[in-house]
Design a protein around this ligand. Structure first.
Ligand code: KIV
Ligand code: ZN
Length: 501
């Protein structure tokens, strides 16, 4: 069996999605999950882009053992130096250099002619090669690059030491047949192509990223760049889970090919990325959406009960999707609680278990049946920020149809209570205004979503929101049976992220 190399760029291209920004600790948490998932390469970040990204790539390189750890660089010495420095402690580092090759990019963005582009590409690959044996080169906007020029660039960078050549569909412009033909043409027209792995990197502007990547595989690409839940610039990247499960499910079509992904960890990785980026997974998202394995219509349910394969091509449990059941209640003890947490993938330290258990007990006073999703939400709340700067002490609101809503919020910072009162258009607005007064952040609310974690009138409400301050967008999440409290917690979560940026 030939292996398709899974190059995960959730932490680099994925994190470029507006509002997806992650701090180094969160990036490391995702990197652990990617390692468990069995990805071959983790593109950990773009080290020159910020101090935080450099620190994140360095921490991942130091800590994560199995996958190759890759840092991105423009074809500029200082970028390459930063990527080399940030990845040097990895067992197997990779430097990924990119330079645009399409006429549009060369003329308007780089203002350089073809000769100069080839010279820069070769110089930067040769320079990176002095420090690292594993070099990937990307001719950015390859799918809109004139073919003969693309072949020349690829040949030249392989000669200079590139071991992987990536063919990015940077703007999501290509379509499956055309992209497959391009990969085939590269194999047929670049004389030294056997010395490098052909990689593909597809954006989803036309909704074709996965289809394009699969077509490239059929035509000889052996590395796929993808992200968990398909997050990434604009409409995102090819989704890892969809590519992996396509190859796995249609063995008849992808015969002789396999990936090293531990499928059972897919759902967990998806939920972690969703939680930390604040990007909710659409219920109908293939493979990891909440409805992906649920059957609603009577005819389908009847069919599945008689024989699963009537309406299921993948079993939910194969990708780690647990069928939720009623799990715990008021009388469940700490041991049962912790055992259930382990079963759904949370291995917490004693302090975290204690905190989560207190939350669980509070919740079980308000809510009769507690489901796995409730547990995920409360654990998510309790362990997300190890040492939050701001913590909620209490809040009180006065609201109704005939009065202007007013809120008093008390936060704790460094052991001290700080309290403020504010009015607003509604109870949530009044709380947010009081929070702004306390924290002194003039943050703008960019997005606000409220979801019920499970069904029923007593369901936990989960608020996901995005705040913008000083050009940064951060996400926050909070849950409670009281939706105003969920909103307040989400706001504090986002403010804590802004404080550590
Ligand atoms: O989309 C793109 O072209 C990229 C490159 C840096 C590979 O992300
Ligand atoms: Zn990209």
């Amino acid at each position: 069996m030939e292996k398709i190399i899974i190059f995960d760029t959730t932490l680099r291209d994925g994190e470029q999605a507006p509002g997806a920004s992650l701090n180094p600790q969160q990036k490391l948490e995702i990197a652990f999950s990617l390692e468990k998932l069995g990805v071959d390469v983790i593109e950990a970040g773009f080290p020159i882009s910020s101090k935080g990204d450099f620190a994140a790539v360095q921490a991942i390189a130091r800590t994560i053992k199995l996958p190759v750890i890759c840092g991105l660089a423009r074809a500029i010495k200082k970028d390459i130096d930063a990527a080399v420095e940030a990845t040097k402690l990895a067992r197997r580092p990779r430097i990924h250099v990119f330079l645009a090759t399409s006429k549009i990019h060369m003329q308007y963005k780089l203002k350089k002619a073809e000769g100069e582009i080839i010279r820069l590409a070769v110089e930067s690959v040769s320079y990176a090669k002095k420090f690292c044996s594993d070099i990937e080169f990307s001719p950015e906007d390859a799918t809109r690059t004139q073919k003969d020029f693309l072949f020349q660039v690829i040949e030249a960078v392989i000669k200079a030491g590139a071991t992987t050549v990536n063919i990015p569909d940077t703007v999501g412009y290509t379509e499956p047949e055309e992209y497959g033909r391009l990969v085939r043409a590269i194999k047929e027209n670049v004389p030294n192509i056997d010395k490098a792995v052909i990689s593909v990197h597809c954006h989803n502007d036309l909704g074709l990223a996965v289809a394009n990547s699969l077509s490239a595989i059929k035509n000889g690409a052996r590395q796929v760049e993808c992200t968990i839940n398909g997050i990434g610039e604009r409409a995102g990247n090819a989704s890892l889970e969809e590519i992996v499960m396509s190859i796995d499910t249609r063995k008849d079509i992808y015969s002789g090919l396999k990936t090293g992904i531990n499928k059972k960890n897919i759902y967990k990785a998806s939920r972690l990325v969703s939680k930390l980026t604040g990007f909710v997974v659409a219920p109908n998202k293939a493979i990891v959406g909440g409805n992906a394995f649920r059957h609603e219509s009577g005819i389908h349910q009847d069919g599945v009960l008689k024989e699963r394969s009537t309406y299921e091509i993948i079993r939910g449990e194969d990708v780690g999707f647990l069928v939720e059941g009623m799990v715990l209640g008021k009388h469940s003890g700490r041991h049962a609680f912790n055992e259930r947490l382990k079963k759904i993938g949370f291995h917490l330290n004693k302090d975290q278990v204690d905190k989560a258990f207190d939350r669980f007990k509070d919740l079980s006073d308000k809510k009769k049946d507690i489901f796995d999703d409730d547990l995920r939400a409360i654990v998510d709340d309790e362990i997300r920020v190890a040492k939050p700067i701001w913590k909620l002490n209490s809040f009180e609101i006065n609201s109704g149809t005939k009065i202007k809503p007013k809120a008093q919020v008390v936060l704790i910072k460094g052991g001290k209570n700080i309290s403020e009162v504010s009015s607003g258009d509604g109870p949530v607005d009044a709380c947010f205004k009081a929070l702004d007064k306390i924290t002194n952040f003039k943050a703008q609310l960019e997005d606000f979503r409220l979801e019920a974690v499970t069904s029923g009138k007593d369901a936990l409400g989960q608020v996901s929101l995005k705040l913008k301050a000083s050009g940064l967008i951060v996400s926050g999440r909070g849950s409670s049976t009281d939706i105003v409290e969920a909103a307040v917690k989400a706001y504090i979560d986002a403010v804590n992220k802004l404080e550590t940026k």
